[in-house]
Every structure is written in structure tokens, then in C-alpha cells.
Design a protein around this ligand. Sequence first.
Ligand code: NDP
Length: 288
Amino acid sequence: SAKRAVTLIGLGPMGRAMGRVLLAAGHPVTVWGRTRSRADGLVAEGAAFAGSPAEAVAAAEVVLLSLTDYPAMYDVLKGVPSLEGKAVVNLSSGTPAEAREGAEWVAGRGGRFLSGGVMSPPPGIGSAEMSTFYSGDEAVLDRFRDVLEVLTSVDYRGADPGLSQAYYQVQIGLFWTTMTGFLHALALAEAEGIPVGTITPYLIGANDMAAFFEGTSRQVAEGDFAGDEDRLAMGAASIDHVVQASRAAGVDTALPAAVSALFRRGLDAGLQDDGFATLITLLRPARG
Ligand code: NDP
């Protein structure tokens, strides 16, 4: 049977990967990107390049956006006269509030809206092992599931269009802070004469982060911060040693110093006998 036509706007590494797998799956694909040359590869593989965003939107019922951010969606779509009958699926990263505003803006022009947070680097696009958080208009998901499942697995989180970005930003926040901690560890190892190839297996194997996440999650959910084994006073001294060791080795201290400052605020708040998880009380929004 004939495959559904798809419009794809935004041709960065992510958009190009999406275009390739959609073409490979047999979908007619119309693309538009601000920088025409980025479409060359996809056009060679069979995509049509639209002369404008309006022409691109006219070419298919479903319009996938893979842009740097939400402001780019308005730049691209503001000149399109109407989104009547269109399903806009914004796969660009943004805040939950931006996704909610974007959904209203699209609805105001007659379109339906689904937001997505893609949990894959470009090479993972086309793999069902990778997943995308979706939220917003579930009818869009039902109607275009065949298209979206070409990209990654589909994980629909609910009707609030901000939810996909909430799930996504939570995950990405953990990713970047963890990866920066990893880079700091490599820099400290190098400065101490330990080759990165020697230290890396220890970093991978030494810490069962899944077990730490589970234990901490349970304590936070139950509000039980008893510090039987991990008193905050111990933790504060421990992270301080990392700051000192880094400084002595000439390694940048910004990351461990930021963590150390948080522990210190915990001590100042009298939490020294609680466990590490008690620090969440300092991270939560202040009660107004
Ligand atoms: P890019 O930053 O490369 O952006 C994609 C495209 O957005 C670019 O081709 C750019 O056009 C276009 N764009 C940006 N601003 C505007 C504008 N004002 N008007 C018109 N076009 C604009 O991102 P990626 O392709 O890497 O990623 C796309 C989205 O996916 C991002 O939101 C990203 O956070 C997310 N993502 C990316 C991952 C990755 O590993 N790359 C992983 C998971 C999610 P031009 O070509 O003209 O510059």
C-alpha cells in the first residue's frame, strides 16, 4: 500500500537522520530547511525540497519539526497562512512551558499538536531500541504512529503537551551533569598520571548507579532521610577532598565546588545527621 506523505522541517544532524529513515521506509518526504545545502543528501535520496515553509506544509498532512529550539518553530511557521487540517509534531527540545505555548499557538491556527523529546543521538534514529517521549494530542499519535515508529519507539506520556519536554529535560539534566562529572574524573585521573584508558573501566564498574538511584528514589518517595550509613557531614568532608585534590592537581574545581557548596548549605540547615537524600529539600521549589 502507498506510504503516507511526510513533511520534515529542520535539517540538522537529527532532521537529516529522520529524513533518511523515512525515505528508506518508503515514505514520500518533502523537506524544507533554512540552509538549502543541508538538504542535498536527502534530495539525492529522493526527497523533494519545498520552496518555502508554506509549500512544505502544503505537501503533507503531518509536519515534523526538528529545529534547534521552540523560537525556531515560530520563525518557520509564522509565514504559513493556515495550519488547518495539519498535524504539527515538534521534535525540537524546549521547556514544558514552551511546548504548552506552542500547542496553543498551533491550535490557534487550526492545527493539531504533538510534542516529542527524542531520546537518541542521530545514529540511533531508525532503531526501535531508541525511544521518544510524546505528549499532547493523542489523535495525532494514533493517526501517524506508522510514521513516528519509523523514527524510534513511541512513549506517549499524556495529553499535556509540556509532559514530553518535562520527561526529556529531566533525563537530559541527569545526562549532562553525570557526563560532566565523568569528564572531571578523567581530568583528575590524567593530572595524577593515570591514563584515561586505565581509569575508565573503574569508573564504569565501580559504582552501581542503578542501585544508588533506586535507594535514593525510595528515600525521597518515603521522605525518610535517616543517615545511618551516609551522614551528610561525612559526605560534605568527602566532596571537599575532591575539591582539594583537584585544586592541588591544577584541575578545574567548578563542578565539585558547586556540589560541595550544596552539601555545606545542608550542614548550615542543620541536616548533618541526615543521609545524602536530604539534600533534595534544598533543591525543591521554595514554598511561596
Ligand atoms: P541543530 O541545532 O543542528 O538544528 C536543526 C536545524 O534547526 C538546523 O538545521 C537549523 O537550520 C534549524 N534552525 C535553527 N533555528 C532556526 C530558525 N530560527 N529558523 C529556521 N531554522 C532554524 O539541531 P539537531 O539537528 O542536532 O537537533 C534537532 C533537535 O533535536 C534539537 O532540539 C536537539 O536538542 C534535539 N536533539 C538532538 C540530539 C543530537 O544528538 N543532535 C539528540 C536528541 C535531541 P540551519 O541549517 O539553517 O542552521
